[in-house]
Design a protein around this ligand. Structure first.
Ligand code: ADP
Length: 181
């Protein structure tokens, strides 16, 4: 399929950039760009809940929500992936309100949780770049940079950036090339 997937060996593992629907991926955990209630929403959150089935919402109801930048894990139910790691991205408010730090925390805390559960393969959507309004060209280097920094120290072997458009995938590939040059 043209330029995708794009694969690169980096210190500590493999980074893969794909274009597609994260609910179709079979990995150990898919990351959900959730909201603080963890009770479902639109975008990738809605797609994950629809594909996983009502048991996912039932488990999420037991979690008591999630703060921005934090992450919580559930089972994946009817998804091809065994687990869902729910994280809450920052809403973009112009960039001077700690948005980049909070976005990096989403990626870092999701990776740490996956590592704590001994998982090897994890897939991320482009957190905060939909309804939450984070500029995609600023989000991609934060996402890729955080993964590159953490990968050498954790159990994760493969990180998939599951982009919903080719434009988003290009931004992740450019960030990867810039940060590994
Ligand atoms: P947020 O509220 O964090 O911005 P959104 O779900 O609105 O979350 O968007 C986050 C990103 O997920 C956007 O780039 C959007 O295009 C993408 N997206 C939406 N549905 C899917 C899906 N099924 N698989 C992968 N990415 C998706």
């Amino acid at each position: 399929m043209g330029d995708w997937p794009h694969r690169a060996a980096v210190p500590g593992g493999i980074i893969e950039i794909v274009v597609g629907d994260i609910t179709r991926l079979a990995v150990d955990a898919v990351v959900n760009a959730a909201n603080r209630t963890l009770l479902g929403g639109g975008g990738v959150d809605g797609a994950i809940h629809r594909a996983a089935g009502p048991e996912l919402l039932a488990e999420c109801r037991t979690l008591g929500g999630c703060e921005t930048g934090e992450a919580k894990i559930t089972r994946g139910y009817r998804l091809p992936s065994a687990h869902v790691i729910h994280t809450v991205g920052p809403v973009w408010r112009g960039g001077a309100e700690g948005e980049a730090t909070l976005l990096a925390a989403c990626y870092g805390n999701a990776l740490a949780l996956a590592d704590a559960h001994g998982l090897a393969r994890i897939a991320f959507p482009a957190i905060s770049t939909g309804v939450y309004g984070f500029p995609p060209e600023e989000a991609a280097p934060v996402a890729v940079g955080t993964v590159l920094a953490r990968l050498p120290d954790i159990s994760i072997e493969r990180v998939v950036f599951c982009c919903f458009s080719a434009g988003s995938a290009v931004l992740h590939r450019e960030a990867l090339e810039t940060l590994t040059r």
